[in-house]
Design a protein around this ligand. Structure first.
Ligand code: GTP
Ligand code: MN
Ligand code: MN
Ligand code: MN
Ligand code: MN
Ligand code: MN
Length: 196
């Protein structure tokens, strides 16, 4: 497994002066859908294709002097997803200095939804979001299955990701039991081979 940057406490990070803060969230839902009628999709996990061509999670910069982290994240989700997705402090998973930008603290949240709710988020992201086609080129679902020749999760992981979003994805998939450690290891190994 890829190592994630050292995490720090959320409150501790907010007490540091001179730092910018960004909050992003992984929205996910269980599904019984099957690809080609046989390969279980298992979970819907949302990421986005950003304006810069990199994959990342919905969310953005927040202003802790004016808003709580969760309120700032909700504001960003309204802009990028076109709908209010309530986020609470209980959805917080980790806060870390950004690897190549130590004055930026990135706060990560994970929220489980119903399949019908996540489908509504996907619809709103196209029809209602002011950032659609601007900062956000589109929402994407993460394929969690394995097909021939690295298809599925390995191919997805071989793309380019913003900041630490790739390791946020991998650790959340493990922490919330969406994939087993063995499956994640295999996906990363195959992705590395595809990238060579
Ligand atoms: P503006 O409205 O243009 O300011 O963008 P934004 O507020 O939506 O900010 P953005 O989502 O780009 O996040 C701000 C910074 O956080 C980025 O410049 C990246 O360095 C970093 N970042 C963006 N997405 C992610 C993500 O999914 N995970 C992590 N760890 N960092 C991210
Ligand atoms: Mn077809
Ligand atoms: Mn934004
Ligand atoms: Mn953003
Ligand atoms: Mn913003
Ligand atoms: Mn913006």
């Amino acid at each position: 497994m890829q190592t994630s940057p050292a995490s720090i406490g959320k409150e501790e990070s907010l007490s540091l002066g001179g730092h910018r803060h960004a909050c992003h969230v992984m929205l996910h839902a269980e599904t019984k859908a099957k690809l080609f009628g046989r390969t279980p999709i298992k979970h819907i996990v949302l990421m986005q294709m950003r304006f810069d061509g990199l994959l990342g999670f919905p969310g953005g910069l927040v202003e802790p002097s004016r808003e709580t982290l969760e309120a700032g994240l909700c504001r960003e989700l309204q802009e990028e997803l076109g709908t209010a997705v309530p986020i609470t402090p209980r959805d917080h998973v980790a806060s870390c200095p950004a690897p190549s930008c130590p004055d930026l603290i990135t706060h990560f949240y994970v929220k489980k939804m119903e399949e019908s709710e996540i489908k509504e988020v996907e619809r709103a992201a196209v029809t209602m979001a002011t950032d659609h086609g601007l900062e956000v080129m589109g929402m994407v679902r993460v394929p969690l299955y394995f097909l021939k020749h690295g298809g599925g999760l390995p191919s997805f992981l071989s793309h380019s990701f913003i900041s630490s979003s790739r390791s946020q994805l991998l650790s959340a998939l493990q922490q919330f039991g969406l994939l087993s450690p063995r499956e994640l290891e295999e996906a990363v190994t195959q992705a590395d081979q595809l990238r060579q």
